[in-house]
Design a protein around this ligand. Structure first.
Ligand SMILES: Nc1ncnc2c1ncn2[C@@H]1O[C@H](COP(=O)(O)OP(=O)(O)OP(=O)(O)O)[C@@H](O)[C@H]1O
Length: 294
C-alpha cells in the first residue's frame, strides 16, 4: 500500500490527556450459545477518528448496538462521557450525545430530506405538544431555528439543493449523506458510522473521506466501522480490530497493517513476508451479506 494512504496527521484534535469520551470495558455479549463479543475493551478519545474493523461476523455492529442501547451486554460495561450506558434507552443515549448511521439506510422514505433532518433535531426540542398545537411563540421560534439549522446541515453534506426532495427519490449516495446530516442534527459528541462507504465508487469514497474529516474538524469524535481498507487506512488515527468477537489489535494504521494477527484474520495464514494489508479484501470481495444490522 502506498504510504501516502496512511493517515499522517499528528492527530492535532485528539485529547490525549483528559478522560476518554467512551470506554468499552470488558464487554461480553452472548446470543444463546454464540459469543458475539468476548471481553472486549477499548477507548475512544475526544476528537479522534477511530476505526473498528474485522472480517464479517466479527462483532462490529453488535458493538455499536451495545453502545447505542439496542443490546444490553451480558457482562462488562460501557461508559460515555462519565455516564454508564447499559440499561439506558436508545433515545436517552442519543440525548447524551451518541448518534449513529446504519449499514442499511434507515430514512423516512416518504418525508423530504429537510423533514428527515428535522426528525433528528427533535431529540433536543423543548416545546410541548400543547405549544405545537397552539403555535405558541416559543414553538414557532424553535421551528424556525430548527429549519435553518437543518438547511445548514444539508448544505454541509452537500445537498442543500435537495432539501425539498422526498427521501426515496434521492440517489443512494445522497441517502447516505442525508443519514449523516440527520445524525448530526442530534448534535452528537460521538458519531458512529456503520459502513458509510458501502456501495460507493472510488470518487464517492474520496468525498466521504473529506466529509468525515470535516465533521471531525467541527469537534465531533468519530467511530467508524468500515470494510474499505484504503478509506480506513487513510482516515483513521487508530484502529481497533475484532475477530470472532475478540479484540486482536488496537494501534495506529501503520502498525495494524503490519500486524500478523490482523493479516491472518483477513487472509488466512500469513505467507511469510509476502503479505501486505493492501491485499485485505474490500467488503465486496468477501461476499458478505449486505445487511448485518443485527
Ligand atoms: N440478533 C442476533 N441474534 C443472534 N446472533 C446475532 C445477532 N446479531 C448478530 N449476531 C451474530 O453475532 C456475530 C457478530 O455479528 P455482527 O453483525 O456484530 O458482525 P459484524 O462484524 O458487524 O459483521 P459484518 O461485517 O458482516 O456486518 C455474528 O456471528 C452474527 O451472526
Amino acid at each position: 500500500m502506498a504510504d501516502n494512504l496512511v493517515s499522517e496527521t499528528a492527530a492535532p484534535y485528539v485529547d490525549q490527556t483528559g478522560p476518554p469520551l467512551l470506554s468499552v470495558d470488558n464487554v461480553t455479549l452472548k446470543f444463546g450459545g454464540l459469543t458475539a463479543l468476548n471481553q472486549v475493551s477499548f477507548e475512544v478519545r475526544k476528537g479522534e477518528i477511530l476505526a473498528l474493523i474485522g472480517p464479517n461476523g466479527a462483532g462490529k455492529t453488535t458493538c455499536f448496538n451495545v453502545m447505542t442501547g439496542l443490546y444490553r451486554p451480558t457482562a462488562g460495561t460501557v461508559v460515555f462521557d462519565g455516564t454508564k450506558l447499559p440499561g439506558r434507552k436508545p433515545h436517552h443515549i442519543t440525548k447524551l450525545g451518541i448518534a449513529r448511521t446504519f449499514q442499511s439506510i434507515r430514512l423516512f422514505p416518504e418525508m423530504t430530506a429537510m423533514e428527515n433532518v428535522l426528525v433528528g433535531a427533535d431529540v433536543h426540542h423543548k416545546t410541548s405538544v400543547v405549544g405545537a398545537l397552539f403555535g405558541l411563540p416559543r414553538h414557532r421560534r424553535e421551528e424556525r431555528e430548527g429549519r435553518a439549522e437543518a438547511l445548514r446541515l444539508l448544505d454541509f453534506v452537500g445537498m442543500k439543493h435537495l432539501a425539498g426532495e422526498v427521501a426515496r427519490n434521492l440517489s443512494y449516495g445522497y441517502q447516505r449523506r442525508l443519514e449523516i446530516a440527520r445524525a448530526l442534527a442530534t448534535k452528537p459528541k460521538l458519531l458512529c458510522l456503520d459502513e458509510p462507504a458501502a456501495g460507493f465508487n472510488p470518487a464517492e469514497k474520496e468525498e466521504l473521506r473529506e466529509l468525515i474529516r470535516r465533521i471531525r474538524d467541527l469537534g465531533h469524535t468519530i467511530l467508524l466501522i468500515e470494510h474499505d481498507m484504503r478509506l480506513v487506512m487513510g482516515i483513521a488515527e487508530r484502529i481497533v480490530v475484532l475477530e470472532f468477537g475478540q479484540k486482536i489489535a488496537d494501534a495506529p494504521p501503520a502498525e495494524v497493517r503490519e500486524n500478523p494477527k490482523v493479516i491472518a484474520a483477513y487472509l488466512g495464514e500469513p505467507d511469510e513476508d509476502d503479505v501486505d494489508a493492501d491485499l485485505m479484501p474490500d467488503r465486496d470481495d468477501q461476499g458478505g451479506s449486505d445487511d448485518g444490522d443485527s
